[in-house]
Write a protein that binds this ligand. Structure first.
Ligand code: SF4
Length: 478
């Protein structure tokens, strides 16, 4: 598993805000994602409304998650019937070991990979390299961040923060190519290198956008064609997926193939949609001789056990909640410190890596609700973020002053008498710092963060309740 740096969210956010490249990257490309999504949704829905499609998708995912044990059994049975192998991995270490065992048994020297977020969770590239096997990412964005030794900046655009100059520098350093700022030339350089690797690789590792339980089919959605090459050119294909990616039937796939690209990139359909049901059959001209499906838990069962948070398992990793999140759009993906950024990452990362490490992430939200409004499977992300905050506080998270402050607030709100007493005390104490109804700087620790970049309104000399009681009620003091 890659190093978990979620506890550094605040300091990394400050660095990201001061980084011009990151701020530039968070501008135009994301406006393009947002506008593209809207146009794609507005453009062509007459047969069924977008809302109705979201409702159906949410219901399908909820149904599948509720019966995950049944559908896992079904997919296991059907992949085996198709001639493939199914492996269940408890965690990253277990999943990495399964991949290594398959590679060693088949004398694998080079592995090509198409995009897989679960393999990022596992840190599989490091594990393969340490064991003398060369992994090569074949999604262009993933290839760039592999060379840069970074984690993805975004769920679907992993290298969106890199400028063409930075990509050229990486290619010059690692591929010995001439410097260029011509994007087409950069693509050709990468394609030449990747083509060689497609030809010589013994094993292809892919993720899975969806897995159809009733047919044992892995569905892959890509724009570069690398997914299809990865899963068909080498002798062995290993698909690695979180165990929540199941759909009950092949008839469900069409709905998700319409929702995913529109939500992600604003495309009506992605360029390549691959359906993989096992290894090459005796009648097939080509395709892999072996097919393995590794279904990874790695903390997902903890999510499943939680009646509120299990909704997060419905995520189809489209990235729309990131694109619309005012916090992600300022700090970018690396500040979140692990594989999954943005609103969904703020829920999933602490659950998969530990509440203590990720305790700041659920607070990285204004709770504006944009993420919920755009989510194609209607995950109520603000509700889950609040639930995570609740869990963090209950597990002893938060600083002492925060706990003290909230405790005082809780006590004050119990009765009107207590509230009025606290307000009187507050008016007395603010006398030293309030001027003309404004507090420019709060002197206390923690709360002084509020006044670093904005004024704080002082308590009014008289509350509405007091004005009503003394001046307006006409003697009725009820
Ligand atoms: S939570 Fe919803 S919007 Fe965010 S990545 Fe997952 S499916 Fe997409």
């Amino acid at each position: 598993m890659p190093e978990v740096k979620t506890s550094r969210f605040k300091s990394e956010s400050v660095k990201a805000l001061a980084n011009d490249n990151i701020q530039r990257a968070l501008g135009a490309p994301f406006a393009h994602f947002v506008d593209g999504r809207k146009s794609a949704i507005d453009a062509d829905y007459t047969e069924e409304s977008w809302e109705s499609m979201r409702d159906r998708a949410a219901a399908t995912k909820a149904h599948t998650i509720e019966r995950l044990d049944y559908y896992l059994d079904l997919v296991d049975k059907n992949v085996r019937r198709n001639g493939g192998h199914v492996h269940f991995a408890n965690d990253s270490t277990h999943a990495n070991q399964i991949v290594l065992d398959i590679a060693r048994q088949n004398d694998v020297k080079t592995v090509i990979k198409s995009k897989s977020m679960v393999s990022e969770e596992m840190g599989i590239n490091d594990v393969l390299e340490k064991n003398g096997i060369t992994p090569v990412e074949t999604d262009l964005g993933e290839y760039i961040i592999q060379l840069a030794k970074e984690t993805p900046f975004h769920l679907i655009a992993p290298a969106v923060h890199k400028t063409k100059g930075q990509v050229s520098d990486l290619f010059e350093k690692f591929l010995d190519s001439a410097p260029t700022d011509d994007i087409e030339k950069l693509c050709i350089i990468a394609r030449d290198v990747l083509r060689d690797n497609f030809a010589k690789a013994d094993m292809g590792i892919s993720g899975a956008n969806f897995i159809v339980a009733e047919t044992g089919t892995v569905v892959l959605v890509t724009n570069e064609g690398n997914g299809r090459m990865t899963t068909s050119a080498p002798r062995i294909h290993v698909a690695i997926s979180g165990m929540e990616k199941l759909l009950p039937s092949i008839e469900d796939v069409g709905l998700f193939l319409r929702l995913l690209p529109r939500s992600a990139t604003g495309q009506r359909i992605t360029s390549y949609n691959s359906f993989i049901s096992g290894p090459r059959a005796s009648t097939d001209e080509d395709g892999p001789e072996e097919f393995h499906l590794i279904l990874v838990d790695n903390g997902r069962l903890n999510l499943l056990k939680d009646e509120t948070l299990r909704e997060a398992l419905s995520c189809i990793r489209c990235g729309a909640c990131l694109n619309h999140c005012p916090v992600y759009r300022k700090v970018g993906g690396h500040a979140y410190g692990w594989v999954y950024p943005g609103p969904i990452g703020a829920i999933v990362s602490p659950m998969l890596t530990g509440l203590k490490e990720g305790k700041d992430l659920p607070y990285a939200s204004t709770l504006c609700g944009s993420c919920r409004d755009v989510c194609p499977v209607k995950i109520d992300l603000p509700k889950l973020l609040l639930d995570m905050r609740h869990k963090i506080v209950k597990s002893g998270g938060g600083t002492m002053p925060e706990r003290l402050g909230i405790g005082q607030w809780h006590n004050a709100m119990k009765t009107r008498k207590k509230l009025e007493g606290k307000v009187r005390l507050g008016r007395f104490l603010q006398g030293a710092v309030a001027r003309k109804g404004i507090i420019k700087r709060l002197p206390l620790p923690v709360v002084n963060g509020w006044t670093k970049s904005r004024d704080f309104p002082a308590l009014a000399p008289r509350s509405f309740a007091e004005i009503w009681r003394d001046d307006l009620s006409g003697g009725d003091r009820s």
